[in-house]
Design a protein around this ligand. Sequence first.
Ligand code: 3PG
Length: 209
Amino acid sequence: MTAHLAELLAEARIVPVLTVPDPRTAAPLARALAAGGARCAEVTFRTPDAEQVVKAMAAQGDLVVGAGTVLTAEQAERAVAAGARFLVSPGLDDEVLDTARALGVPIAPGVATATELMRAIRAGIDTVKLFPAEPLGGRAMLRALAAPFPGVRFMPTGGIDAAALPGYLAEPSVLAVGGSWMATPALLASGDYAEIRRLTAEAVERSLP
Ligand code: 3PG
């Protein structure tokens, strides 16, 4: 399961993190991200209609759609029922991990310390979200945290923008970088899909070796 997530993230390299208040914007958003070259997207469960957003984006068919900000087992169940193909959480919660395992859906739990990373490894996880990456210390922190754990791969997220993207992706421990800068709440509110597409294409371009 986690091997599959690692493969997806290694191919995608960027994971647009989306907080979408209005499900009617989900389809054009999915089209803009796909047109920009994104392979996957993470829909956060921070809005009441996140399930509808997952469903509508998945129905577009061009993106592997996952769910983010999954805080509870119940949210994990709802996300997967809506069509989420992977789960992301800001932290490490045993019930959420157990639920993901029972549902057969890969999950990247969030870690911010070596202790949390050791707990994740003990739970059979090998792909984690480093969160919140920039406030924690950015690339230097990531490198130091990753050093004792050569088998673990990271998706740093939190405060990252297009300028910081190549630096993170240059780290051998990094599979992909997550962030909301490609489709900010302001861009979504104004329906500026052309700009979302442009920012996504720019990120894809910067993610190339
Ligand atoms: C997340 O939910 O993973 C982060 O809040 C996204 O971080 P960003 O908005 O700083 O990119």
